[in-house]
Design a protein around this ligand. Structure first.
Ligand code: 5GP
Length: 185
């Protein structure tokens, strides 16, 4: 396959833009202000769940004026289809002791809800001062467990989406917008 063909194939998988760069920026500015009001200037910890939330975290933290620390966690969940909660395997853990912090988990998307259900359970066992979840996207129609984020910037229907940190076979994370992924061909 020549270079032009592979670029055409790459572009073909981007079916349509669902949320523009401008719409994302506007919601992030609003949520940044909201977060500033939560802790009244007291320091808190933003925990990014890798890899999908790295772009969102980078923009969200710059929309916040209060002092905050950043932490990273990488988690993989393994489920049998019929089981609604599973063991989340932490492939990279936080370096902070969360018992000293108000914690905000920053996630890319809540789908079945199982990953965040498990991660919040796990972090609660470490006794943070408080724990909240902020997600860029929420697909409530796909939920398999009873999980509700504190803040969701956008609620979307059941489409597989890419861009703004979210991948399609590890590509497309660098798109500045959220798009529907072309699963057809
Ligand atoms: P859950 O445990 O809520 O089913 O899954 C959450 C994870 O599944 C997300 O963090 C994300 O990695 C992946 N995921 C769910 N829906 C999508 C989607 O539409 N696009 C992409 N790229 N990843 C998704």
């Amino acid at each position: 396959m020549d270079k032009q063909q592979s670029i055409a194939e790459y572009n073909h998988k981007i079916k349509r833009v669902m949320i523009t760069q401008e719409e994302i920026a506007q919601r992030i500015a609003e949520v940044g202000k909201q977060i500033d009001e939560w802790y009244d200037g007291r320091p808190f910890l933003l925990v990014s769940i890798l890899k999908g939330s790295f772009v969102f975290l980078a923009d969200l933290c710059r929309a916040i004026s209060s002092p905050c620390e950043i932490g990273f966690m990488c988690a993989k969940s393994y489920y049998k289809q019929t089981v609604s909660s599973g063991i989340v395997s932490i492939t990279m853990d936080l370096e902070q002791d969360v018992s000293n912090y108000h914690v905000i988990i920053v996630e890319d998307i809540v789908d079945t809800g199982r990953t965040l259900n498990d991660i919040t359970k796990l972090l609660k066992e470490r006794n943070p001062l408080s724990l909240r979840v902020v997600t860029l996207l929420d697909k409530p129609s796909r939920r398999l467990v009873d999980f509700k984020p504190d803040v969701s910037l956008f609620t979307i229907p059941d489409f597989f989406v890419i861009g703004y940190g979210l991948d399609g076979e590890e590509l497309y994370r660098n798109l500045p917008y959220v798009a529907e992924y072309n699963l057809d061909d």
